[in-house]
Design a protein around this ligand. Structure first.
Ligand SMILES: Nc1nc2c(ncn2[C@@H]2O[C@H](COP(=O)(O)OP(=O)(O)O)[C@@H](O)[C@H]2O)c(=O)[nH]1
Ligand SMILES: [Mg+2]
Length: 282
């Protein structure tokens, strides 16, 4: 199970352009079975240098990053809550998402007469979500964590991005992108989503066979982490060995880390920290 982020915004603001950039990027990133679950849902690798560094030490047969899902949600127009556009279908796509990226257009539209007005666009969407929440008597849609992403004409600081360039660049090789001097902000966006979802990452190295990153809600105890890895680890949990990733890198091997007392024993109350490398004992 992975967490999901819905991409929303008015028509023609760059939602599908962003989606394309995110999903194209996967091919180069990692040996991960990239899937477009359906044309609107893509599984995206969460970039993590720590995993690469751990893998360098462990030399595993397999490296498995953690992922989040992005959903390209079409159909938000004024009146969507009353069924305009794709209306209710659109709203039902947002409901299961854990967070939202809302794209706001600040590039000139191809069709004349479409002014740039971020405040107004934000308000239209807010109103649609709010009306729907009021209709069902709940605050499911308006209370989701949200990132406002401004789709700009030129490259600027995050959360301003040039999505068209991002999508165009995603077609090129890493060398070509370097030559053009383009700095992608997609990783920054993915990490920002990870953060607003309140997620942290822990790692397992399963006896040197596989280095793997796992997603966990901030503030979870180690049993919750164990559940992610294997139900047996949770049910038969006795203890775990834990080391912060930096310490493992500094020490250069799991064995040396153990010998020098850098690996700590954690009981079931232990709160997992971002970057912990964990070995479960059952
Ligand atoms: N100039 C410019 N055009 C863009 C940008 N992002 C998207 N577009 C164009 O806007 C149109 C709509 O984009 P699309 O991603 O399909 O919008 P969606 O309806 O929100 O999914 C397409 O013609 C894109 O090429 C951008 O950053 N700059
Ligand atoms: Mg679209």
């Amino acid at each position: 199970m992975s967490f999901s982020v819905g991409i929303i915004g008015l028509p023609n603001v760059g939602k599908s352009t962003l989606f394309k950039a995110l999903t194209k990027k996967q091919v180069d990133i990692a040996d991960y079975p990239f899937t477009t679950i359906n044309p609107n849902i893509g599984v995206v690798v969460v970039p993590d240098e720590r995993l690469e560094k751990i893998a360098k030490i462990v030399q595993p047969e397999k490296i498995t990053p953690t992922v989040i899902k992005f959903v390209d949600i079409a159909g938000l127009v004024k009146g969507a809550h009353q069924g305009e556009g794709l209306g209710n279908q659109f709203l039902s796509y947002i409901r299961p998402c854990d967070a939202i990226v809302e794209i706001i257009r600040v590039f000139k539209a191809q069709r004349p007469g479409e002014e740039i007005n971020p405040e107004k666009d934000i308000e239209i969407i807010e109103t649609e979500l709010l009306m729907k929440d009021q209709e069902i008597g709940d605050n499911v849609l308006t209370s989701k964590p949200k990132i406002y992403l401004f789709n700009t004409q030129s490259s600027e600081e995050f959360p301003k991005m040039n999505l068209k360039d991002e999508a165009d660049m995603s077609e090129l090789s890493e060398e070509e992108i370097k030559e053009l001097g383009f700095k992608s902000q997609l990783d920054q966006l993915i990490l920002a989503c990870y953060n607003i979802l309140g997620l942290i990452t822990f790692f397992t190295i399963t006896g040197g066979k596989e280095a793997r990153a796992w997603t966990l809600k901030k503030g979870s105890n180690i049993i919750k982490a164990a559940e992610k890895v294997h139900s047996d680890f949770a049910e038969k949990f006795i203890k775990a060995e834990v080391i912060p990733w930096q310490k493992l890198i500094e020490t250069d091997s799991w064995l040396k880390a153990r010998e020098t007392g850098k690996i700590k024993t954690a009981g079931k109350e232990y709160l997992v920290q971002d970057g912990d490398v964990i070995e479960f004992k059952i």
